[in-house]
Design a protein around this ligand. Structure first.
Ligand SMILES: [Zn+2]
Length: 297
């Protein structure tokens, strides 16, 4: 009986065409920070799914997507070529058909990254290289429009030396700003303040957001007072494993401003539910208060 009631509730939720769901997946088993975010909209009748990054835990992400009944991914967006974002993608591509792949085109020589691009080519997945300006992709049209604005990395990222270090690659992230009605959410990848500052200068109208997926797993090189002043988030979600991230000073900054903050390492998968014409809400897989990283680099 309980199972039947639970199923009925879940079925109703998953088939509700008026709801957009953004799930920041719990990939806290990732070796490093790790991001994997599933956007689902059913407004067109059949659920359409977008995956932003896949952490470095392919089996975990595939299991999560299967549990949420993903059959096809309309779009996969890779924020930047670090393994804690692309490492799980190969397994995802083997399991689910992918209709389109978006990345920034930043060159890297890592064998696993080259193999991923070769896999995408072999599967003949259409590729969009978001390497300049702002591109807008419409996920759902008709009564309900979900738009993804892709914020390209700075121009120099196209010719970034393959030997450049972690911060330089973080600052070549493709940002995503999702809009659905009055609701907006910003996914800056691992962009640090250098790239966030560049977006502030070149696309200032696209940074304000109701919900912010904190950049670089809650590191203080990404989430600053200046950034919060511009984004003005009403909630922040941090995807991190709780070991290398998030940073204590970021949690303190968010707490001082009274911004509700949700961490995947503590609360599991964090879901933003956006009904049409009504207030959005955030729920978590389990109760848990954000804790600062336990291991310093
Ligand atoms: Zn990362």
């Amino acid at each position: 009986m309980l199972a039947a009631l639970l199923c009925a509730a879940l079925c109703t939720l998953s088939q509700d065409p008026a709801v957009l769901l953004v799930r920041v997946l719990d990939v806290s088993d990732a070796r490093m920070g790790g991001d994997a975010i599933l956007v689902t909209d059913s407004a067109a009748g059949r659920a359409r799914h977008v995956l932003i990054d896949a952490s470095d835990r392919g089996r975990t992400v595939v299991a999560r997507l299967a549990a949420f009944r993903v059959d096809t991914l309309a779009l996969v967006i890779l924020s930047h070529p670090h393994a804690d974002h692309y490492g799980g993608l190969s397994a995802v591509l083997r399991r689910f058909p992918v209709r389109r792949f978006v990345y920034g085109g930043t060159p890297r020589t890592a064998v696993s990254y080259r193999a991923l691009l070769h896999q995408i080519d072999s599967l003949r997945i259409p590729v969009v290289t978001a390497d300049t300006g702002v591109r807008r992709l419409t996920l759902v049209t008709r009564r309900d429009t979900v738009e993804l604005a892709l914020l390209a990395p700075p121009r120099h990222c196209r010719t970034l030396a393959p030997a450049e270090g972690g911060d330089e690659v973080n600052n070549c992230s493709v940002g995503v700003r999702l809009t659905r009605g009055d609701f907006t959410m910003l996914f800056p990848g691992d962009a640090e303040q250098q790239e966030l500052g560049w977006w502030m200068a070149t696309a200032p109208g696209l940074l304000r957001a109701d919900v912010l997926k904190a950049g670089h797993h809650g590191s203080d090189n990404s989430t600053s007072a200046d950034v919060l002043d511009v984004v003005q988030p009403r909630a922040v979600i941090i995807s991190a494993n709780g070991r290398q991230h998030p940073f204590a000073d970021v949690l303190a900054l968010l707490d001082a401003r009274g911004i509700p903050t949700y961490c995947t390492a503590d609360a599991g998968t964090v879901t933003v539910r956006v009904p049409r014409g009504r207030q959005w809400t955030i729920t978590t897989q389990r109760q848990g208060t954000c804790h600062a990283r336990t291991t310093a680099h």
